[in-house]
Design a protein around this ligand. Sequence first.
Ligand code: ADP
Length: 604
Amino acid sequence: MSTLAPSLRRPRWRTLLILAALLAPLLWPIEHLATRYYRERVAEQSSQTLELYVANLRGTLRRYEALPHILGDLPALRAALRAPEDADSVNAANQLLDRVRRQSGADVIYLMNPAGLTLAASNWSHYDAFVGRNFAFRPYFREALAGRLGQFFGLGTTSGKRGYYFAAAVRDGHETLGALVVKVDLDHTETLLGSTPEQLLVSDVNGVVILTSRPDWRFRATRPLGEAERAEIAANLPYPTQEPQPLRLSEQAWLRQSHRLDETGWTVNILAPRSLVERPVQSVLAIAAATLLALLLLAAVLLQRRRHLLERLALDAHARRELEQRVAERTEDLVALTERLKQEVLEREQAQQELVRAQDELVQAGKLSALGTMSASISHELNQPLAAIRSYADNAGVLLDHGRIDDARGNLKLISELTARMASIISHLKAFARRDRKAPETVALQPALDDALALLANQRRALQVELLRDLPDATLWVQAGETRLRQVLGNLLSNAFDAMAEKAPPRRLWISAQTLADGRISLSLHDNGPGFCAEALAHAREPFFTTKTTARGLGLGLAICDSLIRALGGELLLANHPDGGALVTLNLLPAGTGLGTPSPEDRS
Ligand code: ADP
């Protein structure tokens, strides 16, 4: 894992942030497009509202535009102008104007003389009737007298209501009789059709708001007023105030659609709040953002899956590489091992050959040595009786010369006995020398032991070895060959004497025999010598292993004993006794009842 590329371990949030940074600019064009779309829609809607309103307003004004001219021609009104002191004609004029007002829907219709004094009015009967009042200061009056259609927006001085005034002169030929004024109520034009979030704003030539759906905007100046305009406002009093406060509309907050009415100099504005655009744009943005977020998450999931896949691939590759490397290493090791083994086999073969050669040489040397030892032993054993025989024979001659025949016979008897002993020794040696290849036969253990001890009697005497026998009275019959058994026992006894020779007296040899639970016969020889050294315990049965000097030991004794005993189906055990000294045990197969045929060796 630790060897994986660092890019595969990069934290997920960083990848997400990078993706977000890449995708976020996409929101900007979306916002731009959505804003343009909704702005166009709002503008279209506002423009329709505007057109409708303008047509409405224009219709309202046009309806009354021609009325002063037409009414000016009515005889009843002319009569009142000619005879203002005639109460009847004035009354008739009042009645007429009231009737026309009701039929036309105008607010007030009134008749003025050339001095601006109101002679008759449709509201003659009201408490705030215009009759008797002078409106010469109004510009529409001046316009009318000048022969033009007087038009004026203003707040009624008595009613305080906003109105639009149309005025025309009443003429008779070139003579101006007076002026007729129709005041139109504009209050009801201040609302837009339906409940719409759009706002209405109508400003006059001075830029002052005269009609609006927002009462707080009313009579506020949409632009700074000039000196001339201020003066005119002060003279004509069209608004409730002479100093209209500025109206500061944030262009950011409103979308404006405007239309200028040339006939009045007014500007009609429909103001749509920008929220009409912003709200749907925000919805679109929210949807777009959610979509992008979903895309981001999808991308993140795909990225994560890709990363996992890459990690797994990297892991697999890593594991494969490691495996290949390990296999390569093992192969190298195996090749080296094979080479080493070949070398070792070669060396072993050479060593084996050398060993075989050395063994051959040693066997040869052993044979010669054994021959030498045996010759010495034979000559020693035979020379003594021979010397005695010569001495008895020489002595017998002297006795015969002196006629001592009995004494000479005694010497000859001794000579005979000595030759018998010599024959016995030779027969023992013969028994040792003979190779016995026959199948095991029944042999009595105790006599074989006695024979072996007899052969070594001299050595035993010289060493003053005390024998401690613990043997059953009944003869123990074992499966063996007479000669082989004696050879083995002689070897073991000789080894014990050799071992005890290394120490001072007392020297003791315990010889015991017993029948084991499995029926085998067990003979133990326990000496009080130094015992087996550790190396001897491990290797004593190997041929040519000896701790003795080359003159005394061949290292073949125990090896031959072991192989002979094993050939007889028995076993030879070497150990050290807990009380000290060596303990050599010979386990042999029993020979049944003991009535079997005695060995031919015994017979010989
Ligand atoms: P050799 O007697 O020629 O050395 P053996 O095969 O008979 O050869 O004995 C091998 C060795 O075993 C001896 O050299 C000796 O070290 C050891 N050994 C045998 N018998 C005894 C014993 N009774 N006590 C101590 N050591 C023994």
